[in-house]
Design a protein around this ligand. Structure first.
Ligand SMILES: [Mn+2]
Length: 246
């Protein structure tokens, strides 16, 4: 029987090599378990930065990309949703590397999935319930075709350098108090979606805190991350679980 998996927030390439090599190795082992007919939903920030410059991707992503390509070759299907760090899988008029070479299917955020009558809302989490304040503007700019076109012109060398600076800045601004606010906000947004009665399940990532919450209105699953927790979602026979890779 085929299984559906959900995973997000590995932030590949975002840490020191000592941490990265273990993250990669575990993720490759996880992907290698996918069988014909299985489906994997990558729900954002799998890469700490992904922008399709139309050139080969950074070499450190090689093992994971090869594992993903091998999985699609043996008949697993893999959907990729961009997060706030790796939204830019398609930066030109034509499909990019992840689609053409790796064989992933690009999906929008949010994405509706219906499995045996179960209605799931899949999202990364940074925009569920609407964006606010400065981030609303930043996200709109970063998703704008003109900005993407301009960034693509910078090329991979300058582009990756800039992205690494931005990523380091955003990491420094993650205070624990702010983290709890983000978690609460996302949970509230998910509960609002569930109470609307249009969905039975909301699956998100982004806040790096694994959580499986069952309410009268449905289920909220947060996938956690692949940095500290190595957690992922699993759906089989109508049963949704939060799993930990070991
Ligand atoms: Mn994120």
């Amino acid at each position: 029987m085929s299984v559906i998996y959900f995973l997000s927030d590995a932030h590949l390439g975002g840490d020191d090599e000592s941490i990265e090599s273990q993250k990669r190795q575990d993720l490759v082992a996880f992907i290698d378990q996918l069988r014909h007919g299985d489906r994997l939903y990558l729900l954002g920030d799998v890469f700490d930065f992904w922008f399709d410059f139309g050139t080969p991707p950074p070499a450190n992503h090689g093992p994971v990309l090869a594992a993903l390509a091998a999985a699609t070759d043996r008949g697993a299907s893999i959907a990729f949703m961009g997060g706030n760090h790796d939204y830019w899988a398609r930066t030109a008029r034509h499909p990019g590397y992840l689609e053409t070479i790796v064989g992933l299917e690009l999906i929008d955020d949010p994405h509706t999935l219906v499995v045996e009558g179960m209605r799931l809302l899949l999202c990364h989490g940074d925009a569920l319930g609407g964006t606010r304040g400065t981030y609303r503007v930043v996200r709109a700019v970063l998703h704008h075709p003109a900005a993407i076109f301009g960034f693509r012109l910078l090329g991979p060398r300058i582009g990756h350098w800039l992205a690494a600076r931005m990523s380091a800045l955003s990491r420094r601004s993650h205070r624990p108090e702010a983290q709890v606010i983000h978690e609460d906000r996302l949970r509230s947004a998910a509960r609002a979606v569930l109470s609307s009665d249009r969905y039975d399940v909301v699956v998100a990532g982004h806040v790096h805190r694994p959580e499986l919450l069952t309410t009268d209105d449905g289920i909220y699953l947060n996938l956690g991350d692949w940095i500290e927790h190595r957690t992922y979602g699993r759906l089989e026979g109508g049963k949704l679980t939060l799993e930990k890779f070991n």
